[in-house]
Design a protein. Structure first.
Length: 178
């Protein structure tokens, strides 16, 4: 009885396992990256919605506080949510210091030239005027900017991740007041 001759070059047993071992890390990194980017995008969307809802809310009422403080607290409440079994807002991850309220004045001349001025101080903003030099069309705006940081689950350092290992997120909402 003769033994069969094995040819090593034609033996393909285990090839699929080796191919999987080569491809699996790449697929795992892609999945983790997609999850991280989805979470960051979700966080940015929450910031945008919070800023927009604060602008909508300020059109309804300012309550007993200033417009700026009402906007800041409303953004914080919309983004962070409320404490369980309470009406008070959570103070993290977005703090009041992460919210900036800016007042803008745009002056348009009859020729169509536009100049803009802005201030974070509402009293100084009320004192702004278009100045002299002809008839102007004034437009006043209020803008809310919310800043936050998102820390990825798997900190692979690509060009869009900052040196501190986070994505810096920002959302802006505004409306014309006059």
């Amino acid at each position: 009885m003769t033994r069969p001759r094995y040819q090593i070059a034609r033996d393909e047993r285990g090839a699929a396992v080796i191919e999987l071992a080569l491809v699996a890390p790449v697929l795992a990194l892609m999945v983790i990256g997609i999850i991280d980017m989805s979470n960051a995008f979700s966080r940015k969307l929450a910031l945008e919605q919070g800023a927009q809802r604060a602008i909508e809310r300020i059109m309804q009422t300012t309550g007993n506080d200033t417009v700026e403080n009402t906007l800041k607290s409303e953004v914080q409440c919309q983004v962070n949510g409320t404490v369980t079994n309470s009406t008070s807002c959570k103070s993290t991850p977005v703090a009041l210091s992460d919210v900036t309220v800016t007042y803008k004045l745009e002056c348009t001349t009859a020729a169509g030239a536009i100049t803009a001025q802005s201030s974070t101080d509402p009293v100084a903003f009320d004192a702004l005027t278009c100045g002299t030099g002809g008839p102007f069309t004034e437009a006043r705006y209020i803008e809310v900017i919310v800043n936050d940081k998102y820390t990825p689950m798997f900190p692979v350092h690509f060009s869009f991740i900052n040196a501190d290992g986070t994505y810096h997120l920002s959302a802006t909402a505004g409306m014309r007041t006059q």
